[in-house]
Design a protein around this ligand. Structure first.
Ligand SMILES: Cc1cc2nc3c(=O)[nH]c(=O)nc-3n(C[C@H](O)[C@H](O)[C@H](O)COP(=O)(O)OP(=O)(O)OC[C@H]3O[C@@H](n4cnc5c(N)ncnc54)[C@H](O)[C@@H]3O)c2cc1C
Length: 357
């Protein structure tokens, strides 16, 4: 008998598996070749101060140190490089944005994250239209794709991985266990990212997925490999001359295919700001598992007790997943209460309303 079946091995399922295995649990992970996985397309940015209003990200003071500790531990375990710590440079193209920043800059919330060596002339050398800017420290990038693939190999070597599309119709649910195609487990955890909208047990939850298009671009001689630069779009070094440029954010999408309109818009935005020639080599898209109230979806099914969900990492999977995967495992194994803000119990009423219809 397994302790857990985990459906989905993006960053969310990977980290839940990691913390359960650390506690000696018997786990089986099922994934369908990372089909449409956001974790395969995301930049993996850890960005403490976000948005036009320069707002400190929710619970970032505890999320970042925990994420760093977890990824460093995984680097040791898997013997690969996962975490790149580098500053985020936000470049301003107008006096208005500069003034907005000046108003925010002395706020105690953001002060600790401001790096004090922003050099305007450096950026003006290769970027157009730079009025001013700011660099934030305690930032970086997580190589999500590399981590997920290395962890898959580890699970396969341990014989705890099944490459398959999970068939919801084949799940037998009993009061204290589940059975799936001859495999028994005490509990099953669903971590399918935005594809949870196809999960008949949890699709009553108010997911609000957001599509993102990105470009992979060759930029020979780009001088800011060691920064995560945002000037309209993010330009993020991947390897050699290859950069990640993105992204769009679209809640109103009709298809999950790459959008020619989004590609054109990203290309034009990059052309507008970058003084150096570049060449687009690939156009990718994925869907973020975003949620209406912008908080993770974690917890137990309202009636089917062996069923659990770990989802809703939204646009911040790289730094929400480590902390909340550890919290979730403490809830499952040590009966630590879940934070009410992330517990899906906040939406149990939606389930009841669905049942009545
Ligand atoms: C363009 C873009 C840019 C982003 N940039 C960032 C960023 O800079 N920083 C950041 O923190 N976050 C970023 N994100 C968000 C981040 O990608 C997500 O928060 C995170 O990847 C979600 O992880 P997940 O494991 O929940 O889902 P996913 O990565 O989508 O993984 C779900 C997995 O479940 C599997 N699955 C689904 N259904 C089934 C089934 N029926 N049977 C078997 N397997 C199944 C899929 O194959 C997949 O592997 C970005 C997202 C996008 C789209």
């Amino acid at each position: 008998m397994h302790d857990y079946i985990i459906v989905g091995q993006g960053i969310a399922g990977t980290l839940v598996a990691h913390f359960l295995l650390q506690q000696g649990k018997k786990v089986l992970v099922i994934d369908k070749q990372h089909h449409q996985a956001a974790s395969m397309v995301a930049a993996g940015l850890i960005n403490p101060i976000t948005g036009r209003n320069f707002v400190k990200s929710w619970r970032i003071d505890e999320l970042i140190p925990f994420a760093i500790k977890t990824y460093q531990q995984l680097e040791q375990q898997l013997n690969i490089s996962i975490l790149e710590t580098k500053p985020v440079a936000m470049l301003f193209n107008s006096v208005k944005t500069e003034n907005d920043w000046l108003v925010r800059s002395s706020n105690p919330d953001v002060v600790d994250y401001v790096a004090d060596d922003f050099q305007l002339d450096f950026y003006k050398n290769f970027m157009e239209d730079v009025q001013n800017g700011v660099e934030f420290k305690q930032a970086g990038r997580v190589r999500l794709k590399e981590l997920v693939l290395a962890y898959q190999t580890l699970l396969q070597e341990q014989g705890t991985y099944l490459e398959a599309s999970f068939d919801y119709q084949a799940l037998e649910i009993e009061p204290n266990q589940v059975k799936y195609k001859g495999i028994s487990a005490r509990r099953i955890i669903f971590a399918e990212g935005f594809q949870a909208t196809q999960n008949p047990y949890f699709n009553y939850l108010p997911f609000a997925p957001a599509k993102g298009d990105i470009l992979l671009v060759n930029i020979p001689n780009y001088p800011a490999k060691d920064k995560l630069v945002k000037h309209g779009v993010f330009v993020i070094h991947l390897k050699e001359d290859l950069y990640w440029v993105g992204s769009t954010y679209n809640r109103d999408y009709k298809t999950i295919d790459p959008s020619p309109k989004a590609k054109k818009s990203l290309e034009e935005r990059l052309k507008r700001v970058l003084k150096i020639p570049f060449e687009v080599v690939e156009h990718l898209t994925a869907i973020r598992p975003t949620v209406r109230d912008r908080r993770p979806f974690i917890g137990q099914h309202p009636h089917l007790k062996p069923l659990y969900l770990f989802n809703g990492m939204g646009a911040k999977g790289s730094y929400l997943s480590p902390f909340f995967a550890a919290e979730f495992v403490a809830y499952l194994e040590q009966e630590k209460a879940l934070d009410q803000e992330v517990d899906i119990a906040r939406y149990y009423r939606y389930y009841e309303e669905n049942e009545v219809k």
